[in-house]
Design a protein around this ligand. Structure first.
Ligand code: NAP
Length: 309
């Protein structure tokens, strides 16, 4: 029987791991399908307190993991595929990890959110062939060629700015005529000479060349319906995220979009199950707020276990 299983190793999960390990709870931490979470796909994080010069996302995650391991957190490269809630007293929670059921007194769900895709035909075929959701991972492959970023939020602006290091031109394709991004990011993106906004434009088709590599993005004007093609070597999709809550659906309360609902602090309606970070956050979604929630969830776990005793 585990004291606490932490699902996810982004900022929330790793902070929860540091706190629960330091409280001698020997947490079992599941890395999941995207170990390290979203920060592993970013470059410089400029707004995490304590790093006046900024810190690389992957470095921040590596440091947090080391810190948790130092206090005795146990990491496992596994994925939670199913979950059976207990009652928080005599009936433990059960989680299925790599085909094996494991029992736990408490659970911290910090499984984050994953990149969304447009859902256009031949999308899955083109991923890795000029279609990606991660500029940091794939941007350097597209040097001196035009590329497109789809989206109008902070992620899209960040991706577009990052891509200016490599691409000859970056089209920022947005379905409206105003960016959703914060003003500082929007201003930075729109002021960059390599970034060309393509307003009121809805992607309708990815066009591949004879070798099956991306050659253009077909877009439709939202008002006129006119279709046109943007000749690009790669399309970077940055249209937000979906919460990673599949194994918990129907077992833990969620909102309409699938984000876990917290009741008080990080507690959920199921006693002994806590939620932290982007999996439950539709408002702030920052590395530092996720870390804060991870800390809170760990403290909630400690108090819950103490109350049980
Ligand atoms: P987001 O803010 O939800 O923006 C998603 C964008 O994609 C919106 O502009 C949306 O258009 C567009 N979109 C959604 N579905 C689409 C579709 N099917 N077709 C075309 N366009 C579509 O997501 P995000 O940019 O990933 O940001 C998520 C959160 O993380 C935000 O809170 C953001 O502040 C934060 N973040 C912060 C930083 C930073 O501080 N450095 C960096 C990245 C992200 P509409 O505008 O028309 O809805």
């Amino acid at each position: 029987m585990e004291n606490v299983i932490i699902v996810g190793t982004g900022c929330a999960g790793l902070t929860a791991a540091i706190y629960t390990a330091r409280a001698n709870l020997s947490p079992l931490v599941l890395e999941g399908k995207e170990p390290g979470g979203q920060l592993t796909t970013t470059t410089l994080v400029e707004n995490f307190p304590g790093f006046p010069e900024g810190i690389d996302g992957p470095d921040l995650i590596t440091n947090m993991k080391k810190q948790a391991e130092k206090f005795g957190a146990r990491f496992q490269y596994s994925y939670l595929s199913d979950f059976e809630p207990g009652n928080g007293h005599d009936l433990p929670h059960r989680v299925k990890i790599d085909d094996e059921w494991v029992e736990a007194k408490t659970l911290i769900v910090a499984s984050g959110a994953s990149a969304r895709w447009l859902g256009l035909p031949n999308e899955s075929k083109l991923v890795g062939h000029g279609l990606t959701s991660c500029a940091t991972c794939d941007g350097a492959f597209y040097r001196n060629v035009p590329v497109a970023v789809v989206g109008g939020g902070d992620s899209a602006c960040e991706e577009a700015l990052f891509l200016t290091r490599f691409a000859s031109k970056v089209y920022l394709v947005h379905r409206r005529d105003t960016l959703r991004a914060s003003k500082i990011m929007a201003d930075r993106a729109l002021a960059h000479p390599k970034i060309e906004p393509v307003w009121n434009s809805i992607p309708v088709e990815y066009l591949a060349d004879a070798q099956g590599e991306m050659r253009a993005l077909k877009i439709r004007h939202a008002d006129t319906g006119t279709e046109s093609e943007l000749e690009v070597a790669c399309v970077f999709v940055a249209i937000g995220h979906t919460p990673n809550t599949k194994p918990f659906l129907g077992k833990l309360p969620t909102d309409e979009a699938g984000y876990l609902l917290q009741t008080k602090g990080t507690t959920t309606e199921v006693p002994g199950v806590f939620a932290a970070g982007d999996v439950a956050d539709t408002v702030y979604r920052q590395a530092i707020t996720a870390a804060g929630q991870g800390c809170a969830a760990a403290m909630d776990v400690e108090r819950f276990l103490a109350d049980q005793e």
